[in-house]
Design a protein around this ligand. Structure first.
Ligand code: FAD
Length: 211
């Protein structure tokens, strides 16, 4: 995508990217978006699940949701997705860091109102968190669909920023320091599935894949 004055990365620009594949890859690998907007001069940042459908970020929620109502009204939005890959430990406090992948998307959303388009978007949301899950559970009926608002934010004015690898080289005064330096990799791990009461049989394929 094209950088704009608002998405130009000033701090550590080498870690930035406007490559569509990089941006999409991070969005696809994340789980939660922090969705920001301003109402009456007060910024709100709300965690939400999401999906990517082509060049759009899809969000959903109750019709009564203030966040989605504001989004549907077309006010400026910001969605941020962050994945922490590790703690970067250095000899000095100053060089401590994190390995991460993150994306910031700015723009105005459109509401998806056509029932079939809504179902497609909602299946993407279900499948984003757990691939294949939409095939294993009942899709929304008309009443459920009417109670749900779905919005799409274009992934056009967007940027990615990421850091990987070792700490920066030690400063002269830290060479030979006894402090341990390196990286503590972090990643999501799934626990053992806990079946709901009354559920029999093996966990489905989607769960096995996640784990
Ligand atoms: C991991 C995760 C995923 C979620 N996914 C979705 C989703 O896909 N769709 C969806 O509609 N909701 C989702 N939620 C819930 C969402 O964060 C909001 O609570 C909910 O959408 C209500 O939003 P609202 O704008 O109507 O909030 P309101 O109820 O109008 O918010 C009023 C105030 O309540 C407080 N508040 C609201 N939400 C939270 C929160 N999560 N944590 C702490 N304080 C809060 C804030 O102060 C906010 O200003 C998710 C929450 C989490 C943690």
């Amino acid at each position: 995508v094209k950088p704009t004055p608002r998405t130009t990365i000033h701090r550590k620009p080498a870690r930035g990217s406007y490559d569509r594949d990089v941006i999409h890859g991070i969005i696809d690998a994340g789980l939660v978006a922090h969705v920001g907007y301003t109402i009456d001069d007060q910024p709100y940042v709300i965690p939400m699940v999401y999906a990517r459908l082509g060049d759009e970020l899809v969000l959903h929620g109750a019709i009564a949701s203030r966040t989605l109502g504001a989004a549907a009204d077309g006010i400026p939005m910001c969605a941020t997705i962050t994945i922490v890959d590790g703690l970067v430990l250095a000899q000095s406090w100053m060089h401590h860091s994190m390995n991460y992948r993150s994306v910031v998307v700015l723009g105005r959303a459109r509401e998806i109102t056509h029932p079939e388009a809504k179902r497609v978007a909602l299946s993407a949301v279900i499948d984003h968190a757990m691939r294949g899950r939409s095939m294993e559970a009942r899709p929304p009926n008309d009443k459920e669909l009417n109670a749900t608002r779905v919005i799409a934010l274009p992934i056009e004015e967007a940027s990615a920023k990421q850091r990987a690898g070792a700490p920066l080289p030690a400063d002269a005064e830290d060479v030979g320091s006894p402090a341990w330096a390196g990286v503590l990799p972090l990643r999501w791990t799934a626990g053992t599935p806990i079946a709901d009461t009354g559920v029999r049989g093996e966990p489905p394929a989607s769960l096995a894949r996640w784990r």
